[in-house]
Design a protein around this ligand. Structure first.
Ligand code: TYM
Length: 329
């Protein structure tokens, strides 16, 4: 084994193509070389989703999507964050070694809090410290994420270093972000300068793993395009065309250059038709497996209960070491 992986995904909504290409698909591949721990981070989701019914539904749906994508819960540990209370416990300890100035620099807080910062929940502000606790609790060496999480992983490194220095220990290894070159940042179908996101109010901006073939085709047909002849990759002047090309290349497992060569003389409409077919062909089998799993919620719950037990067995001794280092034991 080349190291230990930790990664997480929020159950704020279902999973979209950005989550799949930017993160999930890599989780599946990494299972071969690493010991993997994957977490559905409901404590993080609570910063913005405060609807108990939706939380319960989303946790199961996200678990189904992760398993349907190819994460094997026998080989990897798959669990829900709130089932392992050690996460919140370590987060408190880490909050006490994190300077406010570091949190003030976090761009996601600024984006998510928006203009109404005074009313943003305190949890949204300390969110990245809980994320650091997630990673450090398993002494993870590598964290596979999309580009948007890079700043949080760098903060987790800084927090690990601060803890080790303050308490004169080498308890926490400094985790490395692992960002795949292709599709590290999948953009909205309606605005190629914004990332594809679960929190965008319009469902037409994203492709969800639960979308059927017809919905996928319609969303791609209506995706924003431009009037330049042929399809080319130029994110600065053609952000939408470039995004769709990047999605095509990632789904087809080909280099960007190869995708560009294939469509350089194609009309936008023909390119979109090919992209819709490819997307439906790639996601179709995952969606089918996911639906079958969601029809058996008890099975999902059993997998998650087993995962929580295994997660806690690794997390508890590390929390005990951290408690020991700060003088609680
Ligand atoms: P979340 O739930 O927003 O996203 C889950 C994963 O999907 C990636 N991603 C994308 N990749 C490419 N293009 C996009 N448009 C796109 N949108 C999302 C994210 O980078 C992420 O890898 N804070 C994290 C969850 C988290 C976590 C952790 C991650 C909590 N604790 C510990 C790693 C380690 C988040 O909000 O991800």
């Amino acid at each position: 084994m080349k190291g230990r992986i930790f990664s997480g995904i929020q159950p704020t909504h279902g999973i979209h193509l950005g989550n799949y290409l930017g993160a999930l698909r890599n989780w599946v591949r990494l299972q071969d070389g690493y010991e993997c721990v994957f977490c559905i981070v409901d404590l993080h989701a609570l910063t913005l989703l405060r609807d108990a019914g939706a939380m319960r539904r989303n946790v199961r749906e996200v678990a189904a999507a992760i398993i349907a994508s190819g994460v094997d819960p026998e080989r990897s540990t798959l669990f829900v964050q709130s089932h392992a209370p050690e996460h919140a416990q370590l987060a408190w300890v880490l909050q006490c070694v994190t300077p406010l100035g570091w949190l003030n620099r976090m761009t996601q807080f600024k984006e998510k809090a928006g203009k109404n910062r005074e009313n943003a929940p305190a949890g949204l502000y300390t969110y990245p410290v809980l994320q650091a606790a997630d990673i450090l609790l398993y002494k993870a060496t590598h964290v596979p994420v999309g580009e948007d999480q890079k700043q949080h992983i760098e903060l987790a490194r800084d927090i690990a270093g601060a803890f080790n220095r303050r308490f004169d220990t080498d308890l926490f290894p400094l985790p490395e972000p692992m960002i795949q070159a292709e599709a590290a940042r999948v953009m909205s179908l309606r605005d190629g300068t914004r990332k594809m996101s679960k929190s965008d109010p319009s469902d037409m901006t994203r492709i969800n793993l639960v979308d059927d073939r017809e919905t996928i085709a319609q969303k791609i047909r209506k995706a924003k395009s431009d009037s330049v002849m042929g399809v080319s990759y130029d994110p600065a002047s053609r952000p939408e065309a470039s995004n769709l090309l990047q999605i095509y290349a990632a789904l087809a497992d080909m280099g960007q250059g190869e995708a560009v060569a294939r469509f350089k003389d194609a009309s936008f409409a023909d390119f979109k038709a090919d992209l819709a077919d490819l997307t439906a062909a790639r996601l179709g089998p995952i969606t089918e497996r996911m639906r079958a799993l969601m029809a058996e919620p008890e099975r999902i719950d059993a997998v998650l209960a087993d995962g929580a037990e295994r997660a806690r067995a690794s997390a508890a001794p590390v929390l005990a070491e951290a408690y020991e280092a700060v003088g609680f034991r």
